[in-house]
Design a protein around this ligand. Structure first.
Ligand SMILES: [Zn+2]
Ligand SMILES: [Zn+2]
Length: 242
């Protein structure tokens, strides 16, 4: 399959995309590392990778046409091109065409999350733990919240960069970690780690869970006992990202 390749492979070739990580030779290696959370990268979802990939395409084309790839304009144009508002999209397409960029072709070359997923699992034959869980809405929820938060922060950073108040922020990777903190002590674990190990704090989880359950009268499994904390995290993120 990788011989002919998919839409992702075609775009990598056509746009000469390279790995942004100097330690990883190819873009495919970079995508794998980010998706599976190896080589020191935190694991991200394929939706986010598709979004990242498409932004790289846009930046590459802008670069080639001497159009600025920094500042809030790039982000708002990307959102316009990939958004649902046809009118807004048309406006940006026209503007880009005036600058010599075939925006329709560019958008056509962008990949969907599904295509990215197929590229990772098909062409690259990668597997992600727990990918098989079809109804992992908890993970999805956190992923969505994180990506919304990232977009908001990126926008703010971009704006500060364009005002010269935060040099380099427009190209910075926004790194948002979600942690679960033990209410009893200083223990903090990344959300995913907590989920993998099945508890937040080794010392206090069983006890605090008991107390909580006694109060709410709810049930028994470890999983259920973590839910209130997860809800709180999601609530906090959602509030912050409004
Ligand atoms: Zn592929
Ligand atoms: Zn603790």
């Amino acid at each position: 399959m990788s011989r002919n390749g998919c839409k992702v492979d075609a775009a990598v070739e056509d746009y000469s995309l390279e790995s942004p990580g100097s330690d990883l030779e190819s873009l495919d290696n970079y995508l794998l590392a980010r998706w599976t959370g190896s080589e020191g990268y935190r694991s991200v979802g394929y939706r986010k990778l598709a979004d990242w990939f498409n932004r790289q395409l846009l930046r590459r084309v802008y670069d080639e046409h001497g159009r600025s790839t920094t500042g809030p304009t790039v982000d708002s144009e990307y959102e316009a091109l990939t958004g649902d508002d046809e009118l807004v999209k048309e406006e940006v397409v026209t503007e880009l065409e005036a600058a010599g960029i075939d925006a329709e072709a560019l958008v056509d070359d962008m990949v969907s999350p599904r295509t990215m997923h197929r590229h990772l699992t098909g062409c690259l034959e990668a597997e992600k733990e727990r990918e098989t869980a079809q109804t992992d809405w908890e993970r999805e929820s956190v992923e969505i919240a994180r990506s919304q938060l990232e977009q908001k922060v990126a926008k703010a950073a971009s704006s500060l960069a364009s005002k010269g108040e935060l040099i380099g922020a427009e190209a910075a990777d926004i790194d948002i970690g979600i942690y679960l903190a033990c209410p009893e002590c200083a223990t903090r674990v990344p959300f995913e780690t907590g989920r993998r190990q099945g508890f937040v704090c080794e010392r206090h989880s069983p006890a605090s869970v008991d107390v909580e359950l006694a109060g709410t009268g709810s049930v028994t499994t470890d999983r259920t006992s973590l839910d209130p904390q997860i809800d709180t995290v999601i609530e906090a993120i959602t509030r912050f990202s409004m």
